[in-house]
Write a protein that binds this ligand. Structure first.
Ligand SMILES: NC(=O)c1ccc[n+]([C@@H]2O[C@H](COP(=O)([O-])OP(=O)(O)OC[C@H]3O[C@@H](n4cnc5c(N)ncnc54)[C@H](OP(=O)(O)O)[C@@H]3O)[C@@H](O)[C@H]2O)c1
Length: 416
């Protein structure tokens, strides 16, 4: 190992960056040394959080170029909104090409791009710059997913045969910032935002331990999208008001519900099924991530809201609204589950450890931009299926140029 400690800089200072900063409490071999955001104020706030938690002497930089130019920065975590992905990556590569600085690697939050063209451009840019690349899909690092896979494959699958069905669901009551709700800015609705987790987690579970991604071949995809809740006028009004009058779900909604059925072939040509359900219209205690893996003589179940810790508050406890019990919390009263270590349980700690160690060892992370491209290809095929209301063989011919109607502001189920 040439370098012993990695200096990491973040692009974006919002919700997910703060999750990563808190996860760093359990990280060795890397310090958070830089933050860039759209506004310097937010970058300074995030840098102050990193310093307060003692996870690095983070500085707020005025630009990505300035951060790349600092010899203390060895790697960059791209955590800005989806619409800024390519411009962020282009600025990194431009700074490197102009000799402003040197980097070992770049990681990028999900999704890698808003469509296949963008995701491929991200991969091409990182390769052109000769950088190591990590795709930040936290759920394939979640301890219950990793440990569950290990147990199922070494016990159940070894004796009775491989798993043949994976079900994954990601649900909550809707994103925290207006840009997520805008099809053009985000790339779609809940299908793009959350099914990226489900398809990758399910593929990971169905892939034999140690086998590479190509062990499973996608065959066909059937998907459905709807806007069940947020086109109801009272709810559309909430989005309108929260966005200062920009988000108009009566005229330009995005899907708040999406399901998909993906058929794969395994290494022996046998059929495997992935079933996913995602929604922004689930009102429960908070974010619910669930996963099932089924095989001939076994099954696995994960539900992040079935937590070991629960608290009860009577009707006389009338505190302010918060997210202190669970991400996307919906209530503060009654019997409430608590996810006591979200940074660990959702996989952020193990994800960051893997990325950091891979970069320090000069190895490409196991989850990388090629996986991000594959995920985007599956999601775009799912959008095609939902739009055409039919099953689509994978890969469809026009995948590289496809942009979902919702990302063009042209999707409205109330009109058809
Ligand atoms: N893995 C997961 O489960 C997960 C969860 C949430 C989000 N994400 C992903 O993480 C990314 C960020 O989401 P978020 O929830 O953190 O969003 P967010 O809370 O809206 O924060 C976005 C941050 O990026 C900054 N920003 C905006 N435009 C930028 C630009 N052009 N260049 C640099 N910074 C810019 C914002 O700046 P200012 O605040 O200064 O204006 C803000 O600090 C998204 O791609 C999202 O899909 C992943």
């Amino acid at each position: 190992m040439a370098k012993r400690k990695l200096g990491v800089g973040f692009i974006g200072a919002g919700f997910i960056t703060r999750f990563h900063i808190r996860s760093w409490l359990s990280i060795r071999d890397a310090d958070i040394l830089g933050i860039v955001s759209r506004t310097e104020e937010r970058a300074k706030e995030a840098a102050a959080l990193a310093k307060k938690l003692n996870v690095g002497e983070a500085k707020a930089y005025k630009s990505i170029t300035d951060m790349v130019a600092d010899p203390a920065i060895d790697a960059i975590w791209i955590c800005a909104p989806n619409f800024a992905r390519l411009e962020n990556m282009e600025e990194i590569v431009d700074a490197l090409e102009r000799g402003k600085g040197e980097l070992i690697g770049v990681t990028c939050e999900k999704p890698l791009g808003r469509n296949v063209k963008e995701a491929r451009a991200m991969l091409e840019l990182v390769q052109k710059a000769g950088l190591l690349d990590g795709y930040l899909e936290n759920q394939v690092f979640a301890p219950s997913v990793v440990r569950g896979k290990e147990i199922i494959w070494t016990r159940g699958a070894a004796i009775s045969g491989r798993p043949y069905l994976a079900r994954a669901a990601e649900e909550h009551s809707g994103p925290h910032m207006p840009w997520f709700w805008e099809g053009e800015l985000q790339g779609g609705g809940v299908l793009n935002d959350m099914m990226c987790h489900s398809v990758e987690e399910a593929r990971f579970m169905l892939t034999p331990p140690g086998a590479d991604r190509n062990a499973l071949t996608p065959v066909k995809i059937n998907a459905h999208t709807s806007c069940l809740k947020w086109q109801i006028p009272d709810y559309a009004r909430i989005l309108y008001e929260n966005s200062g009058g920009k988000t108009d779900y009566i005229r330009r909604p995005a899907e708040d519900f999406a399901r998909s059925l993906l058929e794969y072939k395994d290494e022996n040509g046998e059929k495997l099924i992935v079933e996913t359900t995602t929604s922004w219209s689930f009102v429960g205690a908070g974010l619910r991530l669930s996963m099932e893996l089924l095989g001939p003589e076994y099954s696995l179940l994960i539900n992040t809201l079935d937590s070991g810790l629960k608290v009860f508050f009577s009707r006389n406890v009338k505190g302010s609204a918060g997210e202190d019990l669970v991400e996307k919390q919906n209530a503060e009263m009654g019997l409430m589950p608590v996810v006591s270590d979200e940074e660990s349980e959702y996989g952020y700690i193990a994800e960051n450890r893997h990325m950091i160690l891979s970069f320090l060892r000069g190895k490409r992370p196991e989850e990388n931009f090629a996986d991000g491209v594959n995920v985007t290809e599956l999601l775009m095929t799912a959008y095609m299926s939902a739009e055409q209301e039919k099953t689509i063989a994978f890969p469809p011919p026009d995948l590289d140029s496809f942009v979902p109607a919702v990302a063009k502001g042209e999707w409205n189920p109330k009109k058809s």
